[in-house]
Write a protein that binds this ligand. Structure first.
Ligand SMILES: Nc1ncnc2c1ncn2[C@@H]1O[C@H](COP(=O)(O)OP(=O)(O)OP(=O)(O)O)[C@@H](O)[C@H]1O
Ligand SMILES: [Mg+2]
Length: 504
């Protein structure tokens, strides 16, 4: 009868433990509740899970039911040390029938003041030959249950715990990877990573900081490659929405019907080929930011639909009837002259005002030359890291890059630097490695500067000769000696520079 009752209790406990271990993502809490079940239902006291930390090589109590925080903190072992350490080392369970008589028992936690009449059971937590830790419990002896029976139950529970730990670890490392990716994105696109030394870019940054936290729609203007998308991302990652999605869509890249489907999504059967339901970018960007690039390129019908979203923040999927409400911050960009388009009736004025709540103009690179050297530095560092190189740039090459007009703006500069870093073998980027359209301009420049150098030298020479002649009372041979040249040479120079001895 007793054994039947016990068997029943074991089954119930096992069922409970397996449910508890899957009840939440909080592993520690789940383990603690499992240990409580062992205590309540099977009279296994001070249930403890000790985990092996691969990095430190240490065993550390993860949870212990009925131990204080201080006692838990003391529960650290090395492999092979104490009973817990032995079990990890050997991978086999251990039973200490009477703790009072066992010299191996360290009582490191100090939890057992009264060691007599307690037996100690310890089983490894193993998953596929890997020992994750141990599960141990105290049993007051004198009860009718056999040690073998207890060990069997404990081993099943240890397996359940092992699985829970594996799932938890996988989940944790996945979560960590996601976090790292997120923080990398946040880092890369945060305002401090927008190079802005020039006053003009400083103004851009100031405006961004002012409006990032608000929900005000922003319209970014600027030539191709000036950094419109970068600023759009920075606005997002500097806002309270930074944990929510940033969704970008290039409005010029898609024909009208596809663009509409992309923006608002569609229901099954909305058009030929719409085999399933698909949420649009506005839905995907909910609570976050949507970046509408090349906004100047959208058709009148999309303009009308967009206006409605900006006014009411509701829309329907294509072929759908249900109104969908979203909370989205809209950042749009264009390098077209929207004002002209409004005048010509090509762009709705009401939409223009909705989008243009905060206009930000990003100046072309040639109008902010001060940004070029720090940008070059920034890109060289980035590509050095990316390609595992340690390349520097020569002052001459740098000079040429600063003097180039960069019609493709920062993007062109970025691509140029990437190419230079990738192709470089000597470790130093020199002038002759620069593309000819950059280098050639320099050759002409060099010519100019060489010309002016010669002119400068001649001017100085003439001055010195006149000076020497005056000092030497216009005695040619004395003046020549003073200058360290021959009489013939000074005669030649006087003639060359047209020095009129009489008029000096
Ligand atoms: N101030 C800056 N600091 C650092 N990187 C920048 C800066 N401005 C632009 N970049 C980089 O230059 C490249 C081009 O920028 P971006 O794509 O934002 O330009 P864009 O204005 O959207 O261009 P397009 O009109 O061609 O789409 C990107 O790789 C971006 O990271
Ligand atoms: Mg862009």
């Amino acid at each position: 009868m007793e054994t039947l009752k016990r068997k029943n209790a074991e089954l119930v406990a096992l069922l409970d433990v397996s449910m508890i271990l899957n009840s939440s993502f909080d592993l520690e809490n789940n383990l603690l509740n499992a240990m409580k079940t062992l205590s309540d239902q099977l009279d296994m006291q001070r249930g403890t899970v000790t985990l092996f930390d691969r990095k430190t090589g240490e065993l550390r109590i993860a949870v212990a039911y009925g131990l204080t925080k201080e006692q838990i903190a003391r529960g650290k072992y090395r492999i092979g040390e104490g009973i817990v350490g032995r079990v990890v080392e050997t991978g086999s369970p251990m039973v200490i029938p009477d703790l009072g008589k066992e010299p191996l028992f360290l009582n490191r936690t100090g939890a057992r003041i009264e060691k007599d009449n307690i037996s100690f059971l310890c089983v490894p937590i193993v998953i596929k030959d890997e020992i994750l830790g141990v599960l141990s419990v105290d049993r007051i002896f004198g009860e009718m249950v056999s040690v073998e029976e207890d060990l069997r139950v404990l081993q099943i529970i240890a397996t359940l715990i092992g699985q829970a730990i594996k799932i938890h670890n996988a989940y944790e490392s996945e979560r960590q990877k996601k976090e790292e990716l997120k923080s990398e994105l946040r880092n890369r696109y945060s305002l401090p990573n927008v190079i802005s030394v020039s006053n003009k870019m400083q103004d851009v940054i100031k405006t961004c900081l002012k409006v990032a936290k608000s929900k005000a729609n922003v319209l970014l203007r600027g030539e191709s490659g000036t950094g419109k998308e970068l600023i759009a991302k920075a606005l997002h990652y500097e806002s309270d929405r930074s944990n929510m999605p940033f969704v970008a869509l290039n409005c010029a890249a898609l024909p009208e019907t596809l663009l509409e489907a992309e923006l608002f999504g569609y229901e099954k059967g909305a058009f030929t080929g719409a085999a399933g339901t698909k949420p649009g970018r506005f839905e995907l960007a909910n609570k976050g930011t949507i970046f509408l690039d090349e906004i100047g390129d959208i058709s009148p019908s999309i303009q009308a639909k967009l206006l409605r979203v900006l006014q009411e923040y509701t829309f329907e999927r294509l072929g759908g009837t249900k109104s969908i409400r979203v909370d989205v911050r809209v950042v749009a960009a264009t390098n077209r002259n929207l004002e002209d388009m409004v005048k010509q009736g090509k762009f709705r004025e009401d939409l223009y005002w909705r989008l243009n709540v905060v206009p930000i103009f990003i100046p072309p690179l040639r109008e902010r030359i001060e940004d070029i050297p720090p940008l070059i530095d920034f890109f060289i560092k980035r590509f050095n890291k990316e390609y595992a190189k340690e390349i520097i740039i020569s002052p001459d090459a740098l000079k040429h890059l600063i003097e180039y007009s960069w019609p493709g703006n920062v993007r062109e500069l970025e691509n140029t630097i990437e190419r230079l870093v990738v192709l470089n073998e000597s470790g130093i980027i020199k002038v002759n490695e620069l593309p000819s359209y950059i280098k050639d301009r320099i050759v002409i420049k060099n010519h100019n500067s060489e010309d002016s150098l010669i002119a400068e030298r001649e001017r100085l020479e003439k001055e010195r000769i006149i000076e020497a002649l005056k000092k030497c009372n216009f005695n040619r041979s004395k003046a020549a000696r003073a200058l360290g040249i021959t009489q013939r040479q000074i005669g030649y120079k006087i003639q060359k520079y047209g020095i009129m001895l009489n008029s000096l």
